[in-house]
Design a protein around this ligand. Sequence first.
Ligand code: NAD
Length: 700
Amino acid sequence: MTATARLIRHDDVGVIELDNPPVNALALGLRVGLEASLEAALGDPSIVAIVLAGAGRMFCGGADLREFNTPAAAQPPFTGELRTRMDRSPKPIVAAIHGSALGGGLEMALACHYRVAAAGTQLGLPEVKRGLLPGGGGTQRLPRMVGVATALRMIVTGDTVDAAGAKAIGLVDEVATSDVRTAAIAFARAAAARGGHHPVASSREARIADADADAFFAAERTRVKAEARGLEAPLECLACVEAATRLPFDEGLAFERARFRVLVEGTQSKALRHLFFAERAAARIPGIAEDQAARPVRTVGVIGAGTMGGGIAMSLANAGLDVVQLETEQAALDRGRATMTRNWAGTVAKGKLSQDEMDRRLARVRGTLRYEDLADVDMVIEAVFEDMAVKRAVFGRLDAVCRPGAILASNTSRLDIDEIARSTSRPQDVVGLHYFSPAHVMRLLEVVRGTQTAPDVIATSMAFGRATAKLPVLVGNCDGFVGNRMLSAYVREAGFLLEEGASPAQVDGALQRFGLAMGPFRMGDLAGLDIGWAGRKRQAATRPKHLRYSRVADRICELGRFGQKTGAGWYRYEAGSRTPIPDPEVERIIAECAAEAGIARRTIADQEIVERTMYALANEGAKILAEGVALRASDIDLVYVNGYGFPAYRGGPMHFADTIGLAEVAERVVQFHAAHGDWWTPAPLLLERAAAGRGFNDKA
Ligand code: NAD
């Protein structure tokens, strides 16, 4: 498929058609075709007006992300030159916009004199979502067209507007109710007949003159900084819009160009673009054809109406599926329903859901105490207590009542999917569907493949995940799968750092400044410390004695401190408050455990906290990758960013290690191994890649 643009004559109107499926990205070939078509149309005296349109399903989705940081991006003609040429055109140019006009696509439309959009078209500048800013004049032209405040919100959020909204703010001149290209041709011909001056965005000044600009931008800068949470791009977007109000157009363009260059070469935008491609890659499963038939899923049974069962039922009902929810007693069903009702009512109160729609969703969830009511469901998702005996009993019952072909899934956090499957006569239909809390909010879904899980069950689970607005990532069956297995390594290192001299607040602070939504100790207090404690007690007898073990967490639990729910954990909490307060009692326990273990406490730098925890993630990730528990490094990155509050602008733990350079990471891991023992045994894959000068995410 070659990118191009062609000139098609409609009597006295020349239609330039952008053609680069699937989104008409502004790749080199398209730019060359556009330049030639523009020259031909401008030079042909029989053409009185020009229409710019897209072939296929949309007008234009913007720049070609794959071309960024490659030589093709540096080859003329550049879109900037084309837009300047359009600005200067004496013949009216009309954009005929259908489907979407996004990023560079909308910037091309902004350089036309007029815009006609098909009803329902989406228009926007989403560059900020990839850590960039609209670098094709968008920050300079949009404020001139729709006003500073409206343009600023569109650019710093990256949100789109539909055609009707675009008409209301002055972004499009006409919304076409029938064929948009025909409407645009008629519009262009009328404009040419009218003659006179055709409006050019770059020379409109009326909407950017504002007496209170200083106060406006000062207030917006504070707001954007708070919303951005460590992201550079939104603040750069703001600086460019401000430049539009203070500098002549050409200087504003140069300013925008310079700020764009800084972002495109920077680590944040590379990380966000990595995640964008990672999501596409995650959908591809080697050995399973893309057209593998999936089993239809309309009705889903959910076992358990606790924290996870409730959230899962909500997410299914939100996606329009019917849910049969089974519990052991009516009181548990009632409690679950009350929680769902409260959660949805909160969304209604915020104006994000209508009461009618809430009622419809609630009506889709039917509670039951009888397994027979699951006889006809297409899939079951089990979310009962994390106890193998209980899970085995539940799957035995499901095997007895569910119809042949029904998919039997477990939401277990770390138990063996194969053992669960063995409690049924149909292990090929058993799969793990690991949701994250709160399940109606978090996007990640680990799809856990058992030894015998059938290919069409995997294909169905992945398709089902996407259809219910989740991000499904296929992982292998091992203790904790990908996410929780890595979390264990991370939490363990955080605990060791306490004994060596850090405080919970120092570790949390360092990692939150690094960009994590919440440090490990605050997260522990929120999730509850008792579950981990129970697990450690179970494993106590089999724990390898040569591996270092910190007693701090156990001592804290022995005092009945299970986190926020008991008013104390790693921190203490005032009644009714979620604000963590450092607690001298915890300091005392830490010092005591360190003394017992013979550890001399020292001052620990934030840098060491980040390296110890982040390289623990990368080293464990490398083992996961080598074992085939994850299909690709980018899948691990997706799991960690979407399930564990890892900052997207760092691209995930594997991408972060690549950014540091695996040679340096490997060197530190070897040092940590020497200093802290065998938890740090370097992953062979890490050493191999480091020696070969390759990153985890590099293509072979
Ligand atoms: P929970 O205690 O809130 O809920 C469990 C529910 O299951 C209870 O309402 C209980 O009455 C019900 N139940 C127990 N035995 C049952 C049976 N035999 N039949 C029907 N219902 C039964 O627990 P949770 O936090 O929702 O966890 C459920 C599962 O999800 C566990 O396997 C857990 O590891 C996993 N998980 C939890 C989280 C989390 O953050 N809480 C995240 C991912 C996965």
